[in-house]
Design a protein around this ligand. Structure first.
Ligand SMILES: *[C@@H]1O[C@H](CO)[C@@H](O)[C@H](O)[C@H]1NC(C)=O
Ligand SMILES: *[C@@H]1O[C@H](CO)[C@@H](O)[C@H](O)[C@H]1NC(C)=O
Length: 355
């Protein structure tokens, strides 16, 4: 409601001489940048001018690819959100032939499985320039612990790598894990972080997110990454919609924060219902606790076969795990983003199918 009021007010103001505003700062309006810094990064040494408001994390990932260029090597969690790999491939960071791989580098898949607790064995990970890391993870729903993230930051420091940390699901965290990579000492020198209002405030179609690029993050020649990012943002983007930014500010008001935590609480209840269903049917179920996704294991089966069977027999759409990378084969992701009655009905049908 508060979000609606703020956005309507802002939209109406645009039709008045006093309230009209044209292009805003490409980096986002100052009050929203300040609110993001104080809400999500309080006490972590992140300042308002480290925050870049955007039209969503996915768009920022592509802009980051533009910053890094085609000549870098990348590591991604396997499985992970496909945008990291796809935007790398579009940039040319992969190749079908060995000569392309030699020329353009390659993508390092960091396998995340139940056996390693969904955290990669870093001793087996090759050095890359960039490490994409999403926690809580889409699709596995697993969240890295403080100790694991400390190891990741140390690994990046030892290797001269930059971590692109995706915290789009951090507000779903139930455990006492870090909600931001900047909670880890020394992270500001090796990491930037991207996040979004999509999964906190139902802003998926509204398009509003942000990326934090600390001033302390430097290339090996000492040049600040933020200067390049700022340049790319100002060249390729004219700033997030001013109406959406009014909505973002409303989200970070006391009433807005309360409403967001209620929405998240609702989806967490959905998640519990889905977890309980698959647990009661004897499946190995992962995720769920720190993310709105349940990662269900169907050992020895193809994700697409499981997806098709569920679709044909129950008319419920899940997501085949193999779409998130080779490590997702044999899993399906079940999303908790739905109306309660639909989630209950889907679970009733799962019980009929698998009982
Ligand atoms: C790409 O990387 C290779 C190997 O490090 C280097 O020789 C080459 O100059 C780089 N090309 C560009 C365009 O930076
Ligand atoms: C990367 O970091 C790891 C762990 O700190 C270290 O063992 C490894 O030698 C480093 N690799 C390179 C190429 O520096």
């Amino acid at each position: 409601m508060i979000v609606l009021l703020f956005t309507i007010e802002r939209a109406e103001a645009l039709s008045t001489l006093e309230g009209y505003s044209g292009y805003g700062p490409e980096q986002g309006e100052k009050p929203l940048r300040t609110a993001i810094a104080s809400t999500f990064y309080s006490g972590l040494g992140i300042e308002e001018d480290d925050i870049f408001v955007s039209d969503g994390a996915k768009c920022d990932i592509s802009r980051l690819q533009m910053v890094f260029g085609a000549n870098v090597t990348m590591a991604v969690q396997d499985p992970s959100y496909p945008a990291y790999v796809d935007s790398s491939v579009i940039m040319g960071q992969t190749g079908q032939f060995q000569k392309d791989i030699e020329k353009y580098g390659k993508i390092e898949y960091m396998r995340c499985t139940p056996e390693n607790g969904f955290f990669p064995d870093l001793s087996k990970v090759s050095r890359t320039d960039i490490i994409f890391f999403c926690s809580p993870n889409n699709p596995t729903g697993s969240a890295a612990t403080r100790e694991q993230l400390t190891r990741l930051v140390q690994f990046a420091r030892d290797n001269g790598s930059i971590i692109v940390y995706d915290s789009a699901y951090a507000m779903y965290m139930s455990d006492d894990n870090p909600r931001s990579i900047f909670e880890i000492p020394g992270a500001k020198e090796v990491a930037l972080e991207t996040s979004s209002f999509s999964k906190y405030a139902g802003f998926t179609g509204v398009r509003l997110g942000w990326t934090v690029v600390p001033k302390q993050l430097l290339y090996s020649d000492g040049f600040p990454v933020v200067k390049d990012f700022n340049r790319v943002v100002c060249t390729s983007f004219n700033g997030a919609s001013n109406i959406c930014q009014a909505g973002g500010r409303a989200c970070l008001s006391p009433e807005g924060l309360k409403a967001m935590s209620e929405v998240i609480g609702f989806y967490k209840e959905n998640t519990n219902i889905i977890m309980d269903t698959f647990n009661s049917l004897g499946f190995n179920v992962y995720g769920g606790k720190n993310a709105p996704y349940v990662w269900v294991h169907f050992p020895g089966q193809s994700s697409w076969d499981v997806f098709s069977e569920i679709l044909e027999k129950t008319h419920v759409v899940t997501t085949p795990g193999s779409g998130f990378g080779p490590g997702g084969e044999g899993f399906v992701r079940v999303s908790a983003f739905g109306h309660r009655e639909n989630v209950l009905e889907a679970c009733r049908r799962f019980k009929q199918l698998y009982n």
